[in-house]
Design a protein around this ligand. Structure first.
Ligand SMILES: Nc1nc2c(ncn2[C@@H]2O[C@H](COP(=O)(O)OP(=O)(O)OP(=O)(O)O)[C@@H](O)[C@H]2O)c(=O)[nH]1
Ligand SMILES: [Mg+2]
Length: 460
């Protein structure tokens, strides 16, 4: 399927850069740029996948507006599977915009966000989950998030989903054969058993894929890390040290932080979404009260908790309550202010820590922060929050569909368990097959496709 029209957009980020690229795709791409290009050769005659130096000339005035390197890539060996031309401009934002304007005068229209990728998808160059991976790649915050997106772009999730669909289709085919040729009396029972076993196997595999979802989500969105503790223990100081910036206000007045402060940081390749909270204590101050409530909510949603305890103070009931509040969430206990004398009861801290790592810091003297970082990393890797599996699912849409497919499969298993007629389970299996198809875009509606691609950046 090839499009009639030719599209163009600036493919590099907006702003000053050494090079900006205007990219075109479509049947008129080469001709359109040919009209504007003045160089040694005519672009319509040059071989595919070559790059040419010349000037972009305004046909109206005959004046050169930009010096450029122009790449010519003829279909079908291109990203969109259409003719693609890239004009590498060297000037600033103004001149690249001028080049784009001239291009748009040549029977070329401005691309919608994601339209290049959409064409790649619709022309069969990539499937939907790969197209979504392109989007993830643009947004990837860390190397590992990048790996996940790359893996998905290379089709690892697609590969898994295709395998599952093939397995379901084979099962359905076998059922048809058995039903059409019931050569012996037991056909129905045997068929039902086969449907059951195959469904159980597929359901297990979906579970395995889904089990990577948590890791995938963390890599995408960051490990939600709540910094909690009594007022004045140094929570905001810790946030500032970890992000190497004075973002949160630090004072010696207890109750300084009133609202939640968030920032992202990359610790040993793990993306953390740090959340500095209001110190938790009983208070009559209405603003502080709200802040404290928010802290409790942040704590509930956290993937990781950093609980700060004052090294230079006795444990209070407030501290003990916080240990309880953590519950089962992975946590690290941080004893802060070690530059002052030891007052806290280490025995009691150890007892309350229940095996959770305890790290000592003096944020004032910048001591212990790298130990804390190490501790965060080892907790993350040891507890299998991270697994080096190439086929992560991290995309919310994929996860939702996998869950839906799993429930259809569970229905099939239940139907066979209850001894219902084979065609009941058959319908469920067929439904699971359809749902899985939505992940790779084999069975999706046009409106969904438009919505997904509109989330892309312009020029992608
Ligand atoms: N001596 C010493 N003081 C520290 C240390 N870390 C932080 N402080 C001081 O403790 C005070 C409180 O620090 P913050 O980071 O504002 O504490 P907080 O936990 O965010 O406090 P609230 O927002 O009020 O809950 C400030 O005066 C800091 O300079 C430390 O390691 N040693
Ligand atoms: Mg604070």
């Amino acid at each position: 399927m090839y499009y009639e029209d030719t599209i163009a957009a600036i493919s590099t980020p907006v702003g000053e850069g050494a090079i900006s690229i205007v990219r075109l795709s479509g049947p008129e791409a080469i001709q359109a740029v040919g009209h504007l290009f003045s160089g040694k050769k005519s672009l319509s005659e040059v071989p595919s996948h070559t790059i040419h130096y010349g000037k972009i000339v305004d046909p109206g005035t005959g004046r050169a507006v930009e010096e450029a390197m122009v790449s010519i890539m003829r279909k079908p060996r291109t990203f969109t599977r259409e003719d693609v031309v890239e004009i590498n401009c060297h000037g600033g934002l103004k001149s690249v915009n001028r080049v784009l304007e001239l291009v748009l005068d040549q029977n070329v229209r401005l691309a919608e966000p994601g339209e290049f990728t959409k064409r790649a998808f619709l022309n069969g160059r990539i499937d939907l989950s790969q197209a979504e991976a392109v989007m993830d790649l643009i947004r990837a915050k860390t190397d590992q998030a990048m790996d996940v997106a790359m893996g998905q772009m290379e089709g690892s999730l697609s590969e898994l989903v295709r395998k599952l669909r093939r397995q379901l289709l084979d099962t359905l085919a076998a059922v048809e054969v058995n039903i059409d040729y019931p050569e012996y009396d037991g056909a129905e029972v045997v068929t039902s058993q086969m449907l059951h076993d195959q469904s159980v196997a597929v359901g297990r595999r979906i579970d395995q894929i889904l089990s990577t979802a948590r890791q995938g989500k963390i890599l995408r969105e960051g490990l939600s890390t709540a910094i909690i503790g009594r007022p004045n223990v140094g929570k905001s100081s810790l946030l500032n040290h970890l992000i190497h910036e004075n973002k949160a206000i630090v004072t010696d007045i207890p109750g300084t932080t009133r609202d939640i402060i968030e920032d992202y940081v990359n610790i040993h390749g793990i993306p953390l979404k740090l959340i500095d909270t209001a110190g938790i204590r009983e208070t009559d101050d209405i603003v502080e009260k709200i802040g404290v409530e928010r802290s409790r909510t942040a704590l509930k949603k956290a993937d990781l908790v950093l609980l700060l305890i004052n090294y230079h103070d006795d444990l209070t009931d407030g501290d003990r309550a916080l240990f309880n509040l953590i519950g089962k969430t992975p946590a690290i206990i941080v004893l802060n202010k070690t530059d002052l004398s030891l007052t806290v009861s280490m025995d009691e801290v150890d007892k309350l820590a229940k095996g959770r790592p305890v790290v000592q810091t003096s944020l004032l003297n910048e001591e212990g922060v790298s130990e804390l970082e190490e501790s965060i990393a080892s907790l993350f890797f040891e507890h299998g929050i991270y697994q080096n599996e190439s086929a992560y699912v991290s995309n919310t849409r994929h996860i939702a569909l996998l869950k839906k497919a799993k429930s259809a499969i569970a229905d099939a298993v239940a139907a066979t368990d209850q001894g219902l007629p084979v065609d009941m389970a058959q319908i469920d299996v067929r439904r699971a097959w359809d749902i899985l198809g939505e992940i790779i875009g084999d069975t999706v509606s046009d409106s969904l496709i438009n919505e997904l691609f509109s989330k892309f950046c312009l020029g992608k």
